[in-house]
Design a protein. Structure first.
Length: 250
């Protein structure tokens, strides 16, 4: 368990750092133009408000996004009496110059941790940012999400398995997970231990319930083998009595 705690801690630190570094990237160049429109937008995932500004330069308009501090520095936004940012309509039509280093690429206007987790675990089949944020918005913290993603990776699963792990964590029902020894974990701690297999240092082997039921039919397979051995022993006798057994029954 110490092993998985270290790994999850490492992952969380990594994704937060990645998110902070990648949240703001430089645009191709500084933008100069006349302010056409200003919009304040709040991201539903991060609760972070940014400024969307459209400028006109030589009959060509361009829309970019900057943070609140940059918006205030450019005069696009002012603080109201309650401290909340509001649009400065007085600057509409005025000339502004926007430093490229303050521009936020719109496709990166995502939750930094969610975005970094999706990037770090991009090798998990069918996993994407939207799936991670859906789980987070439904009440699961990023710490548990990171652990579930790591466990999914250890089990070589896909996004469907990740969602199943999250559901089991929320419902506290792990009966859907049956391991090669026929057992199922009773709680989250046992599940993590079974997957990571702390004693051997290897991940547990997960099999489906269907396969497990088939394995539980091994006594039938054993009988089949016994019959086969019996048939092998009386092989010549069966051949000799072929067709004569019916006569004897009569």
């Amino acid at each position: 368990m110490k092993h998985i705690k270290f790994l999850i801690g490492f992952v969380l630190v990594l994704v937060i750092l990645v998110g902070q570094v990648s949240a703001v990237l430089a645009a191709p160049g500084d933008i100069t133009g006349f302010v056409q429109s200003i919009t304040l937008e709040t991201n539903v995932d991060t609760a972070v408000t940014t400024v969307l500004i459209t400028v006109l330069n030589k009959e060509t308009s361009q829309t970019v996004r900057v943070n609140i501090d940059s918006g205030i520095a450019l005069g696009l936004v002012v603080l109201a009496g309650d401290g909340n940012p509001v649009i400065n309509e007085a600057i509409l039509g005025q000339l502004v110059e926007i430093d490229s280093s303050t521009i936020i690429e719109d496709q990166l206007h995502q939750h930094p941790v969610g975005n970094a987790l999706a990037t770090f675990f991009s090798d998990i089949v069918d996993l994407d940012y939207e799936t991670i944020m859906m789980v987070h918005n439904e009440g699961t913290g990023f710490g548990v999400i990171a652990q579930a993603l790591w466990l999914t990776k250890k089990l070589e699963g896909n996004a469907e398995l990740f969602l199943a792990i999250i559901d089991a964590k929320k419902t506290k029902d792990f009966s859907a997970f049956v391991f090669e020894d026929g057992t199922s974990p009773e709680n989250w701690g046992q599940f993590k231990q079974m997957v990571m297999d702390g004693k051997k240092g290897k991940p547990g082997t997960l099999i489906s319930i269907k396969n497990n039921n088939e394995n539980n039919n091994n006594p039938g397979n054993g009988n089949s083998n016994d019959n086969g051995n019996g048939h092998e022993k009386g092989k010549n006798k069966d051949k000799g009595n072929n067709g004569k057994g019916n006569g004897q029954d009569k």
